[in-house]
Design a protein around this ligand. Structure first.
Ligand code: UD1
Length: 433
């Protein structure tokens, strides 16, 4: 007879971080390559038969996921240290599988280069996610302006370039909103189109400029990336390249916030300070001292005062640092007003911070954060990537131990966050609970 009480449970153990709060940080932390750049640069490998070597690639589950999706399309990839070589000479598929695309939104990027290179692409709609609906209307509108026939049926976006040669034709595209993903998708499509493409109201994020840098290294002609108007002259073919990914400005911002929330002094490097303008200025307004040295930034924090912030497209304050910054402001003196203006559902970390004793009230997409003198450790869950980072930061400042779950999100976008923080004095242990 089976003893039901001793039957092993079927539920798997859940990984979590035990963050012991109250420790000062000290020393220097290295910033990895930018996730959001790396993912789109990987998709750009579809544009050439030649070998593409990307350096400074972060170690993230999202990067492995993207390599898997490209692999399903016939792209060979090989990782060695922080370099990744990709070769799409055997590109055989125009349709990445649903389950892979569904697990990684950024894989929708593939539609642009697939269409440009093969004249046909069938990519499942990436769908919404926890932080908002995340439509791809602008991507589709732009591909149509370049001559593609696009239909969306049964959850799949099917695009084909009619006519002989199946080549896209350059055109003028005005984006209704400066979508990062749409801008990047269309830049890749336009790079192999016939003639010139102009993208107006383009996203100005540094990752867009990084993609332009790669396309130029591959023999492409791109002007104006980093401004609202980007011009791309299509080439008959692009060649291989050896290219270094920019440092991750969101990871750098998270590390600066780790120093601020623990009232510590820390050097964060390498960074490109212009990529962090709005973040540096808000940290300074909150009372931090930040000194650039040409390669990195040294931040020192003692008392933190309340500041108001509103997320905006670059060069405004990045939505990806809204949750981490809220953790800091939960410990500030005074009341801060934080408005999330990019995604409609990106305040889910509020409830978790409240579990740690934070005094936060929300109204629509605005949070009123009244700083408390001490957060207290509690079991919390990060509902998305940046919310998970916000929980780790709150844990660094809290009294006692904070158990952070939702690490499947954290590991998508942070390269060994706990290892980096432990090396400068934090006490974070990963275990299965
Ligand atoms: C990228 C980043 C993500 C960041 C976001 C905003 C990657 C892999 N991800 O996401 O980390 O949070 O930029 O900086 O680079 N929109 C529309 N219609 C569209 C497309 C977008 O209305 O067709 C809206 C979205 O709903 C959202 C806003 O535009 O409100 C910004 O989205 P977008 O810039 O497209 O973000 P992603 O490229 O998905």
């Amino acid at each position: 007879m089976t003893n039901l009480l001793s039957t092993p449970t079927t539920s798997a153990l859940i990984p979590q971080l035990d963050v012991r709060g109250g420790r000062r940080l000290e020393g220097e932390v290295k910033v990895s390559g930018a996730k959001n750049s790396a993912l789109v640069l990987m998709a750009a490998s579809l544009l050439t038969e030649d070998r593409l070597r990307l350096r400074n690639m972060p170690g993230l589950s999202d990067i492995n996921g993207m390599a898997e999706i490209l692999g399903a399309l016939g792209v060979r990839s090989e990782r060695s240290g922080d370099s990744l070589e990709l070769q799409a000479s055997g590109l055989s598929q125009s349709s990445p599988p649903y389950d892979l695309v569904n697990s990684l939104r950024a894989s929708f990027f593939c539609i642009g280069p697939l269409l440009a290179r093969l004249g046909v692409a069938r990519v499942p709609l990436p769908g919404g996610c926890k932080i908002g609906a995340r439509p791809v209307v602008e991507h589709v509108k732009g591909l149509k302006a370049l001559g593609a026939q696009v239909s969306i049926e049964h959850g799949v976006v099917s695009a084909v370039v009619p006519g002989r040669g199946h080549r896209l034709t350059g055109g003028r595209i005005h984006l209704d909103c400066p979508s990062v993903g749409a801008t990047e998708t269309l830049m890749m499509a336009a790079a192999l189109a016939d003639g010139e493409t102009i993208i107006d109201n383009a996203a100005q994020e540094p990752e867009v400029a990084d993609l332009a840098g790669l396309l130029i290294a591959m023999g492409g002609k791109v002007r104006g990336a980093g401004t609202p108007t980007i011009t791309i002259v299509g080439m008959p073919r692009l060649h291989g390249a050896d290219y270094q990914v920019i440092p991750d400005r969101i990871e750098a911002g998270t590390l600066l916030l780790a120093a601020a929330i623990t009232r510590s002094t820390l050097r964060v490097a390498p960074v490109i300070p212009e990529h962090l303008g709005a973040v540096i200025s808000k940290l300074e307004e909150a009372g931090c001292r930040i000194v650039p040295d040409g390669v990195g930034l040294t931040i020192s924090a003692e008392t933190i005062r309340a500041v108001d912030l509103r997320t905006q497209p670059f060069p405004g304050f990045p939505t990806d640092l809204q949750a981490p910054f809220m953790s800091l402001l939960a410990t500030a003196s005074g009341t801060s007003v934080i408005t999330e203006a990019i995604f409609e559902n990106r305040l889910q970390h509020v409830a978790e911070l409240q579990r740690m004793g934070a005094a936060i009230r929300t109204q629509g997409n605005t949070a009123f954060v009244e700083g408390v003198s001490q957060l207290s450790g509690a079991p919390v869950t990060g509902s998305d990537l940046r919310a998970a980072a916000a929980m780790v930061l709150a844990g660094l400042a809290a009294d006692g131990t904070t158990q952070v779950q939702g690490l499947q999100h954290l590991d998508r976008g942070y390269d060994n966050l706990e290892g980096k923080l432990n090396a400068v004095g934090a006490s974070i242990v990963r275990r299965h609970a």
